[in-house]
Write a protein that binds this ligand. Structure first.
Ligand SMILES: Cc1cc2nc3c(=O)[nH]c(=O)nc-3n(C[C@H](O)[C@H](O)[C@H](O)COP(=O)(O)O)c2cc1C
Ligand code: SF4
Length: 481
């Protein structure tokens, strides 16, 4: 195992992580409405620390009340939150696992706006968001300055809580993307226009955070390497290219960022993030989009249109065409590395009743390492800071090659660890892939608005719905009170 790159520590400027597997940002609506955290989140994070990941990068942690995506996510908007995050960090540290908190602001991209956001949401623009139709208002310079300071205060609180670092959520369509994106930002002041101007908000945050936490606290940034801003709505502008993002990452390195976390897409969810299929229909009641998207009906001016597309079978082809258009292009793209081929022994026999070896191999070929080529280009163009890549990873041989060939220094995994919390231990024990892998079905994603987060792929439980629910409910043990 000492020779295995997966288990070689990753040394950042200010942080050493014991292996190359990070738990990527993911959590359910486990916490209290007011943004205080509770035991369920501690239980959630403990599952992954216990499973052997080197570091956990938290889910979206709002730095202000108005910057949340949905209620019931723990926030870091005031000093009263510090003791809770200290508890989270202490629990995770018991497993020699590091904890990095993701400092976040939703901007206009809010799935459930909550009582605090009954008025129009803040953004870089006045333009309504194109997929769900979230209405918004362009931020004033004073609001920008206040928000920059809120990020810095969030970072200070994370440091005071004894956490191991912070990550800026600069990806996936949230507020920082709304400034960075050529497809979204239509400002005519110093925060819009050229790439340098669009990156100004992000670089001001980096400067303010560094000033607050000092030079020796780990500080990384998640970024969408390519935005594919017109992936779903074809008449939108395409958004930032890989070349734009490489330039932004170089500026981030110069500004004192310690690591880059590579993702994709200028909205969330996006056809390429989380990479996989879209659960429109299925055998089980909780499978389909129509059962959870109704929660968003009042959130945007286009949500009713989307709901009809999810609700009526006759309309499915329209949505499928729009959603899978970009994935179609991707299928023809050559994967930069290849993992070992699955064999009949790779997968549990019962699992094979629902997913054949050939089907699972096809899913791995399409979705594993979806951002790896772009991460490699970013890495080539940086001086020294490590690059973490997210997107579909779940096979040791694939990850090993990706790192050894220099595409990235580590990978981050979200759903693939939700499906198999102990996947890193499985790798350490010599397994190449779990015998009940994540099928990239995205049922967890669709359920997260209404139901506790967990793996909702009944096929992984031999169709035993009760067993699936029992596993999902373990996040409430011990109970939040
Ligand atoms: C339910 C769910 C919630 C997520 N929440 C966040 C988040 O809060 N912040 C973030 O940067 N990414 C978030 N992601 C994206 C993941 O962190 C990850 O980058 C993406 O799912 C690709 O990795 P995977 O294929 O291993 O799941 C979320 C993904 C899912 C499925
Ligand atoms: S529901 Fe389970 S199998 Fe499907 S994407 Fe989520 S974690 Fe993977």
């Amino acid at each position: 195992m000492e020779q295995d790159i997966i288990f070689k520590p990753l040394i950042f400027r200010n942080l050493t992580v014991k292996n190359r597997i990070f738990r990527s940002n993911i959590a359910g609506r486990f916490d209290n409405y007011d943004g205080s955290g509770n035991q369920a989140r501690i239980n959630w994070e403990e599952k992954f620390a216990q499973g052997g990941v080197g570091a956990i990068i938290s889910s979206f942690v709002p730095i202000t009340l108005k910057g949340r995506i949905v209620p019931n996510y723990a926030m870091i908007d005031c000093d009263e939150r510090i003791p809770f995050w200290r508890k989270v960090g202490e629990r995770v540290h018991q497993y020699d696992c590091k904890f990095i908190l993701q400092l976040s602001h939703s901007g206009r991209q809010q799935d459930i706006q909550g009582i605090e956001n009954d008025e129009i949401r803040l953004s870089s623009t006045n333009k309504t968001e194109s997929f769900h139709g979230f209405k918004c208002r362009s931020m004033t310079t004073d609001e920008i300055k206040e928000t920059v300071q809120a990020f810095a205060q969030g970072a200070r609180r994370a440091k005071e809580a004894g956490l191991d670092g912070v990550e800026l959520h600069g990806a996936n369509g949230y507020l920082i993307t709304q400034f960075l994106s050529e497809g979204i930002n239509d400002r005519t002041d110093g925060y819009g226009g050229s790439l340098k101007n669009r990156a100004r908000f992000l670089l001001e945050i980096v400067e303010a955070v560094r000033k607050e936490v000092g030079a020796d606290f780990h500080f990384q940034c998640k970024i969408s390497a390519v935005e594919y801003n017109n992936a779903v709505i074809p008449w939108e502008k395409p958004g930032n290219t890989l070349e734009d993002s490489i330039q932004v990452c170089q500026w981030l390195e110069e500004a004192g960022i310690d690591g880059i976390h590579v993702s994709t897409g200028s909205l969330f969810p996006h056809p390429l993030n989380p990479p996989g299929t879209f659960p429109l229909e299925g055998k089980y009641a909780t499978d389909s989009a129509k059962n959870s998207y109704d929660t968003m009906l009042s959130s945007g001016v286009d949500t009713f249109r989307n709901y009809l597309l999810f609700r009526y079978r006759l309309l499915y082809p329209i949505f499928k065409f729009l959603w899978y258009r970009v994935q179609g292009r991707l299928r023809s793209k050559t994967n930069p590395v290849t993992g070992l081929k699955l064999t009949a022994d790779s997968l549990e026999k019962e699992f094979q009743n629902e997913f054949s070896v050939a089907k699972m191999q096809e899913l791995l070929d399409i979705y594993q390492g979806i951002n790896l080529a772009e991460a490699g280009e970013i890495k080539k163009n940086l001086k020294e800071i490590p690059v973490i890549c997210t997107g579909g990873f779940q096979q040791a041989s694939y990850i090993r090659q990706g790192i050894e060939l220099g595409y990235c220094d580590a990978v981050s995994m979200a759903r693939t660890l939700v499906a198999n919390n102990d996947l890193v231990q499985q790798f350490a024990g010599g397994k190449d892939v779990s015998d009940r892998p994540c099928t990239y079905c995205n049922k967890c994603l669709l359920n997260t608005l209404e139901n506790p987060l967990g793996c909702y792929e009944a096929a992984r439980y031999q169709g035993d719905y009760e067993a699936m629910v029992a596993e999902i409910m373990t996040v409430f043990k011990p109970a939040p009170f």
